[in-house]
Design a protein around this ligand. Structure first.
Ligand SMILES: [Zn+2]
Length: 202
C-alpha cells in the first residue's frame, strides 16, 4: 500500500502494543471516539471539518477537500466506525450486531473507490481518488485483508462501560477481554464484587 498513508495507531489504553502494521490505521479510526492523547475522553470526529482534518492528517484525503465534507459524510463515517466497533465486540464474545453492520455496509459507498493491484508480496489497494469514498474504501480494504489473513480475530473492542476501546490481543491464548485490566477490568471486578455483597444482604 502507498507509503504516504499514516498507519500509526497512537497511544494505547493500559500501555498495550498497538495493532500491527496497516491495522493501526483502523485502530486509530475506531478509537477516535475517545481522545486519549489531548482532551481526555472527548469525541475527535465532532464535525465534518474535524473528520476532514483527521483523514487529511493521515493522507486519506487530498488537501483542500476537508472543508467540503458534509453532515452526511460525517454520519457515514460514524456508522462505519460504530459498525466496526460492533464487529470488534463480536471478536470479544458479544453477539453479531446485524443492525450496526448493516449500517456500516450501507455507509461504505455506492461506487468503486479502490483498485486492486498485484505484486510479488501480495495485492495492494490503490485509491482512484483521495476523496471521502476513497478514504472509507481504504479503511475497509484493510479490514478485509485482516479478516482474510487471520489477524482480525485478535482485534477486539473493550466491553467496559462507556469504553469500547479497540485493542489488539497479542496474548498467546487470545484471552484478553479488557483494554486495560487496571482500568476497565478492575472496575468490572469491583462491580461484580458489590453485586455479590448486595445479594448476600450486606
Ligand atoms: Zn476499556
Amino acid at each position: 500500500m502507498d507509503d504516504t498513508f499514516d498507519y500509526r495507531a497512537g497511544p494505547q489504553s493500559g500501555g498495550r502494543e498497538p495493532a500491527p502494521g496497516e491495522l493501526g490505521l483502523v485502530q486509530a479510526f475506531v478509537n477516535s471516539h475517545y481522545d486519549l492523547e489531548h482532551e481526555h475522553g472527548s469525541e475527535l470526529l465532532h464535525s465534518p471539518s474535524a473528520l476532514g482534518a483527521w483523514l487529511e492528517a493521515r493522507g486519506l484525503l487530498e488537501r483542500g477537500r476537508a472543508a467540503k465534507l458534509s453532515r452526511s459524510d460525517l454520519r457515514r463515517a460514524l456508522d462505519i466506525r460504530e459498525g466496526l466497533r460492533s464487529m470488534l465486540a463480536a471478536n470479544n464474545g458479544a453477539a453479531w450486531d446485524e443492525q450496526a453492520v448493516g449500517k456500516l455496509n450501507r455507509a461504505a459507498g455506492a461506487r468503486p473507490a479502490v483498485l486492486i493491484q498485484f505484486h510479488r508480496d501480495g495485492p495492494s489497494l490503490e485509491l482512484y481518488e483521495r476523496d471521502i469514498d476513497g478514504a472509507f474504501a481504504l479503511l475497509l480494504g484493510i479490514v478485509a485483508r485482516a479478516q482474510l489473513d487471520g489477524r482480525w480475530t485478535r482485534f477486539k473492542a473493550c466491553p467496559g462501560d462507556d469504553c469500547g476501546w479497540a485493542f489488539y490481543d497479542y496474548s498467546r491464548n487470545q484471552a484478553s477481554a479488557w483494554c486495560s485490566m487496571s482500568v476497565c477490568g478492575s472496575r468490572s471486578k469491583a462491580r461484580a464484587y458489590r453485586r455479590r455483597n448486595r445479594r448476600r444482604g450486606s
